[in-house]
Design a protein around this ligand. Structure first.
Ligand code: APR
Length: 329
């Protein structure tokens, strides 16, 4: 094992989501973590929270007796300095950007978050050209599309996190209703990460028993509605967007990739001319196989007629935001 080194997971944006991605990645022993974030100015004082968070996490590992290295790097907001330590990254997670506040849609973030992405991308190209990139920043399907186009990496090495999170919400609400562990609930959500996401009822089951045998149509409708607005429910309560479940969803992706686990998860990926899902030149949530090469293939899930209709609507809605984004690319 002389030549084996620990994997390197870099996280750009060490805010709520980023710091939880870091701590969960470390707790699972997946590798070394490098955090990147901008300085914070208060009056004439300049803080470097990212370095403090990295130290705190490193000390957490000493208490936990986990061997890994955590480092924090302060970068300039325009991306012109501070990114050298991206070198050698196996995975780069992008969470940098603004989260939603009450009353905002994910699309309201587009303009500012694309500018931030544009500052980050040249650094990934320069220092981590072989990395696999996971985009978290919202509106995630469009940001993933922008990242894919700007990076110029093969499509399988760029993906957005959304479907695992939406599916976790869906499973949680089914679990509340049935009083059964989410571990035994197979249910997932595809499509855009927005109000038009598509929970796949026809394939959802509890230990093989179809959901529609266990819940009434009305109960399923309620669960679907709560899932669609699951992110907004948390924004309304906290004044900012969720981070525990989003971070865990990212770590699920990291784990599947680094362990070459070949798990199937809905992720936002670039697809062009896919006949089964009837999409072209878009990033949208589709079940994919995650392994050492990133997302390795698309998994085709038969959809009911109604789901197919919802899928088309969701795709159209993502397409509209992507069209808006094109003027920034
Ligand atoms: N370069 C690097 N980091 C930046 C930059 C930049 N130019 N601009 C902002 N950041 C950092 C912020 O300093 C902050 O620490 O990005 C981090 C974002 O963290 P939060 O504001 O806590 O937001 P968070 O809840 O983590 O959400 C991040 O993920 O789920 C999505 O909608 C959410 O788009 C949002 C993103």
């Amino acid at each position: 094992m002389r030549n084996q080194r620990r994997k390197i997971i870099s996280v750009i944006g060490a805010g709520n989501v980023g710091e939880h991605v870091a701590s969960l990645t470390l707790l699972k022993g997946l590798g070394d973590v490098r955090l990147f974030d901008i300085p914070r100015k208060e009056g004439d004082k300049i803080f470097e929270p990212v370095k403090g968070k990295a130290l705190d996490l490193q000390q957490m590992l000493a208490a936990l007796e986990v061997d890994a290295k955590v480092e924090g790097f302060t970068v300039s907001p325009d991306g012109s300095s501070g990114y050298e330590a991206l070198a050698g990254s196996d995975i780069v997670v992008i969470t940098a950007g603004f989260p939603r506040r009450p009353g905002m849609s994910r699309e309201d973030l587009l303009d500012k978050n694309i500018q931030i992405l544009k500052a980050i991308v040249p650094n990934i190209q320069k220092y981590a050209p072989n990395s696999i990139v996971i985009v978290v920043t919202n509106p995630v399907d469009t940001m993933t599309y922008a990242a894919y186009k700007l990076l110029g990496f093969p499509a399988n090495r760029v993906m957005g996190m959304a479907g695992i999170l939406d599916s976790a919400r869906f499973r949680t609400f089914i679990s509340y209703k049935l009083g059964i562990s989410p571990k035994d609930i197979h249910a997932y959500v595809i499509g855009g990460h927005g109000d038009e996401m598509v929970p796949i009822i026809s394939r959802s089951n509890v230990k093989g028993v179809p959901l529609k045998y266990l819940l009434s149509e009305e109960e399923i409708r309620e669960i679907v509605e709560r899932t669609k607005f699951g992110g907004g429910e948390i924004v309304a309560l906290m004044g900012t967007s969720a981070y525990y479940a989003p971070a865990m969803a990212v770590v699920e992706m990291i784990e599947s990739i680094l362990l070459d686990a070949k798990r199937i998860h809905p992720c936002s990926v670039y697809v062009d001319k896919n006949e089964f899902y009837e999409v072209e030149d878009i990033c949208v949530g589709i079940p994919v196989l995650l392994g050492k090469d990133g997302w390795e293939r698309i998994f085709e899930v038969p959809l009911s007629r109604e789901e197919r209709e919802q899928w088309r609507k969701s795709v159209e809605s993502v397409k509209r935001t992507i069209e808006l984004a094109k003027r920034f690319l």
